[in-house]
Design a protein around this ligand. Structure first.
Ligand code: HEM
Length: 541
């Protein structure tokens, strides 16, 4: 199959487990197709030629004619071009989502050159799409990522892999990190990183004349998130929160910044046709250069642990360890696949978590009463000065609500993608297989139907009053939903819950006079459009 790159194919042939997975994949896919056909009333033959009167279960009674994409409203290709390329729409994707939702309704189409995108901006329609997913959903076209990996003889990881490759890796990783109890064991490791975060706050604020302000808190949280995710993934400390950051860690941070700060460049790397690369070489060169740096870093740390394990085994010692040790010993993935997955997980786990922490502290600073309420919950639940672990988090509903509400206000991925793998009916429209969908999480997060007084910051809206109270809904799914949702959700939550609990215990967080109203901008991810400077004032014990 085309989706197997040559490296993964070689691994495939070598491992019995993969063969089982392939059979499983074929079986599940066939099963899914037949169920989908039944659900939508599509005959096997009808799949090829578009049936004129394809019906959804809801439409059956009404005998409604399905509408075609042609009939779907949306901005013209020209206005879209002007919006994005002339008015810098790429940094306002979230706002444009809201504007288009208002103007065109719950489902609309946009054209980006030859690419047609159908945007779904309604909670129930998003649910319809995600609930109809197959066994290996596809997010977007990852051709440029795959091309780099083929060129360098590298494997794909969870983000870039598709089909059987993805399913195999996902089934290995989901058993290790998807449940809260899987990551609870990392509480102590993460808490050591939190200790360093608190010390770093003290060092940074002492450098300012008021002795209270930490400038650009995202810089601090970036280092915390990187150290936190690495302590879980690589089982080692990187020194991000030290005064002197080790050179290899600095190189990695440089590569990561290049990947994101040159977001447009890396995006163009995928968009510029290959034949134009000799004329415009920079985007592709930078893209490859940053990936080289990211892979190199992962390889160093994976190899280091591998060497330690070998030495321990040679000495006849029992090998104990965390995630990486488990993967290296069980060999459920090849070493190349481990490099690729750890590279992609580290990439996915740093900015996402740090932006959310920055926004959470910013929102706390702007809502002192809510901050006080959460402080009271924390001190009453834990007792003064106690260090929270993962086991305490269920008893801190406002801390969990704080993270959820922050992600509703600022979903790091303001929109998520899916390429339909079968013909689909959404909102009365026939969507052919292979269509790129954009699920508009930002606009559904502010929809009054989903969240009353949506523009109010209220972490307590996430607290259940009783077991029948349904506070979660498809209006805000910042980690995605279903089989292709964020694999690092529990890791990110652990890092954020433990850090926020401790910060709130230790400091009163206030807005610095240097910071006014900070807006969000889209830069691949939804991030602060300006640096956030905050004051961290010691609370009296
Ligand atoms: C606040 C923090 C985070 C947010 C909001 C977030 C959000 C997301 C979202 C929305 C997706 C796409 C889900 C979908 O398509 O349905 C995703 C995928 C992913 N995330 Fe996260 N993420 C966060 C942290 C992390 C962390 C800490 C890691 C790694 C340790 C991670 C690793 C990944 C990976 C590997 C994928 C791809 C999964 C796949 O395709 O199977 N993320 N994340």
């Amino acid at each position: 199959m085309a989706i197997l790159n040559h490296f993964a194919t070689a691994c495939w042939k070598n491992m019995q487990g993969y063969r089982l997975n392939k059979q499983l994949f074929v079986f599940l896919r066939a099963l899914h197709k037949s169920t989908a056909r039944e659900e939508f009333g599509i005959s096997a033959a009808g799949e090829k030629a578009m049936p004129e009167r394809l019906t959804t279960p809801a439409d059956v009674g009404k005998k409604t004619r399905l509408k075609t994409l042609k009939e779907m409203p949306g901005p013209s290709a020209l206005s879209n071009f002007i919006e994005f390329f002339w008015r810098d729409g790429f940094s306002r994707v979230h706002e444009i989502q809201m504007e288009h939702r208002k103007k065109y309704g719950k489902i609309f189409k946009s054209r980006f050159g030859p690419q047609l995108v159908v945007s779904v901006a309604d909670r129930d329609l998003v649910a319809e799409v995600l609930r109809a997913e197959g066994v290996a959903p596809q997010r977007a076209n990852m051709e440029s990522w795959k091309e780099y990996r083929d060129m360098r003889g590298r494997s794909t990881g969870l983000i870039s892999a598709e089909g059987e490759d993805w399913l195999m890796m996902r089934s290995v990783l989901r058993q290790l990190v998807m449940r809260p109890r899987d990551v609870a064991v990392f509480s102590d490791d993460v808490n050591q990183v939190v200790d360093d975060l608190i010390k770093r706050v003290a060092i940074l604020r002492n450098q300012e004349s008021d002795g209270a302000t930490v400038l650009n808190v995202n810089d601090l949280f970036f280092k915390y998130a990187m150290e936190g995710v690495a302590v879980i993934l690589y089982e080692s400390r990187l020194g991000c929160l030290e005064n002197q950051i080790p050179q290899e860690t600095q190189d990695y941070i440089g590569a990561l910044h290049l990947m994101f700060s040159s977001f447009k460049t890396t995006m163009y790397a995928g968009a510029i046709p290959k034949w134009l690369r000799p004329v415009i070489p920079k985007p592709w060169e930078e893209f490859c250069f940053s990936w080289d740096g990211l892979f190199k870093f992962s390889s160093i740390h994976v190899d280091k642990r591998l060497a330690e394990i070998k030495a321990q085994l040679e000495r006849g010692e029992e090998v104990k360890g965390g995630l990486l040790t488990h993967m290296l010993i069980t060999k459920e993935m090849s070493t190349e696949e481990i490099y690729a997955n750890f590279t992609e997980m580290l990439l996915a786990g740093v900015d996402t978590t740090s932006f959310t922490l920055s926004w959470a502290c910013y929102l706390l600073a702007r809502h002192p009463q809510i901050q006080q309420q959460i402080f009271t919950e924390v001190t009453e639940t834990l007792g003064p000065g106690a260090v929270a672990t993962a086991d305490d988090v269920p008893r801190l509903p406002l801390i969990r609500g704080l993270v959820k509400e922050t992600l509703r206000f600022f979903p790091v991925l303001p929109g998520n993608g899916r390429i339909t793998q079968d013909d689909l009916v959404v909102g009365g429209y026939f969507i052919p297989k292979g269509t790129q969908l954009a699920l508009c999480h930002y606009s559904t997060s502010f929809d009054e139907e989903n969240f009353g007084d949506a523009s109010d910051f209220r972490p307590d809206r996430w607290i259940r009053k009783d077991s029948t109270d349904r506070v979660d809904n498809f209006g805000s799914i910042p980690f995605g939903y279903g089989i292709r949702s964020c694999i690092g959700k529990r890791i990110a939550e652990l890092e954020m819950h433990l850090a926020l609990t401790r910060l709130i215990q230790k400091f009163h967080i206030g807005v610095s006079p240097l910071t006014t109203d900070v807006k969000a901008k889209t830069h691949g991810l939804l991030c602060p459009a300006a640096p956030i400077h905050l004051q961290f004032i010691d609370r009296e014990n």
